[in-house]
Design a protein around this ligand. Structure first.
Ligand SMILES: *Cc1c(COP(=O)(O)O)cnc(C)c1O
Length: 422
């Protein structure tokens, strides 16, 4: 097995003699066959092959394979966005009447997806404090709980998950742990090593890295034994009538979970990533290890600069000694966490808005985790309808500035922060 830097460059597309050196974009909705019988076998999942890009496309599969190797999984698939990845990851094993245990600090989009939209689909959710002791977390589980969902580093709270604690809890209740590993990326953290069963990504962030293409990915470790709990996971362990009675765990073994998600959920819900976007994602992946190293280096320097500045009230970055998650981050992400920092000014909400207006290099955008340094002030932007009281309840300090540190030269980034603070 190659190291991650090599996987990022060499895995996925493996050209044969005379084939293009670079991953081609298979810009085709459909694929040609010589016999009607063979096409029939493909539709029955009797034979593997491409027939329609809503289910699978060769460009996408090469990129999914690369991410699969980076995470150390057995199977993976791309989706049109991170939202679609998290939706499918949960919905693949939950149906109306089922229940999810979820960390309270997950990304706002995932929070809405699971507590509002999936609730309308009949799936219940219990939200838990990820820092609560195991005995407390135990109480969240029900007979019909089907998975635990959390983030390795929460966006934007920057809470580092105790992955082992969560994996042990999930397994004690015979359900898998699904973790969104978007912020850490597989370069900085491999959740499977610590017991997570399924990993999801918004590839829109560091993996693409250039703010060019929305995308998502789901990777299965192959470690969760669905067949041991057939009554809990009937979708994987009993015949699928929409495929002439195929039982995924019997026919596909360790690839059961991803095969079901591609051949059933993708077939019916259709959140496919375009091959064009998969191509861009692949270009991003080639330099991911280099960029993550620089993002983490720059973020650490910015965090240290802000912490020592007289106008700054507080800084939250897991790489700072004294941060609540410093030890967990060292354990799970020894090479660094991510490039996102949050901080507050002594002048509060008003000073935050003023400082941001003075920034010249760092742009105000609703995005994080790409090559360009950017800022967002949730109280003035994403959460602007809320007063200070409501913001506190939502866990967003009124003065919180989210800084996504890019890969420009550190001196220029700090000079910009410095002049705007002045
Ligand atoms: C952005 C993000 C998502 C949603 O991804 P999209 O690609 O925007 O749909 C999910 N999880 C995390 C942690 C994110 O940062």
């Amino acid at each position: 097995m190659y190291k991650k830097e090599t996987i990022c460059i060499q895995s996925g597309w493996k050209p044969k003699n005379g084939e293009p050196r670079v991953l081609p974009i298979y810009q085709s909705t459909t694929f040609k066959y010589e016999s009607s019988e063979q096409m029939g076998r493909l539709f029955d999942l009797e034979e593997s092959g491409y027939f329609y890009s809503r289910m699978q496309n060769p460009t996408n599969d090469c990129v999914a394979q690369k991410i699969c190797e980076l995470e150390g999984g057995v199977a993976a698939m791309l989706t049109s966005s991170g939202q679609a990845a998290n939706h499918y990851a949960v919905f693949n094993i939950c149906e109306a009447g089922d229940h999810v245990v979820m960390s309270s600090t997950v990304y706002g989009g995932s929070f809405n997806l699971i507590t509002c939209t999936m609730k309308k689909m009949g799936i219940e959710c219990t939200v838990v404090d990820p820092d609560a002791p195991a005995e407390e977390l135990e109480k969240a589980f029900r007979d019909h709980t089907k998975c635990v969902f959390a983030e390795t580093i929460a966006n934007p709270a920057l809470v580092v998950l105790d992955i082992e604690k969560f994996a042990k809890l999930a397994h004690a209740h015979q359900v898998p742990l699904i973790v969104d590993n978007t912020f850490a990326t597989p370069i900085n953290c491999n959740p499977f090593k610590w017991g997570a069963d399924i990993v999801t990504h918004s590839t829109t962030k560091y993996m693409d890295g250039h703010a060019m293409a929305l995308g998502g990915c789901i990777v299965d470790s192959g470690n969760f034994d669905w067949a041991a709990y057939p009554e809990k996971f009937p979708g994987l362990c009993t015949p699928d009538e929409s495929y002439h009675g195929i039982v995924y765990t019997e026919k596909f073994g360790k690839a059961a979970y991803i095969t079901k998600a591609t051949s059933q959920l993708m077939r019916d819900l259709g959140s496919m990533q375009s091959p064009q976007n998969a191509f861009l994602l692949n270009v991003g992946l080639e330099t991911l290890p280099l960029r993550m190293e620089r993002h983490c280096y720059n973020a650490q320097k910015c965090a240290e600069f802000l912490q020592s500045h007289e106008k700054v009230a507080w800084v939250n970055y897991p790489g700072l000694p004294g941060n609540k998650y410093y030890e967990l981050a060292k354990k799970y992400m020894p090479k660094g966490t991510c490039g996102v920092i949050s901080f507050g000014l002594k002048g509060g909400r008003e000073a935050a808005a003023k400082m941001m207006d003075r920034l010249e290099l760092a742009a105000i955008v609703t995005h994080v985790a790409d090559a360009r340094t950017s800022v967002l002030h949730p109280a003035s932007h994403t959460h602007r309808q809320m007063n200070d009281e409501q913001l506190k309840e939502a866990g967003v300090a009124p003065d919180l500035i989210r800084l996504s540190v890019g890969i420009e030269h550190i001196d220029d980034i700090i000079a910009d922060l410095s002049q705007s603070l002045a």
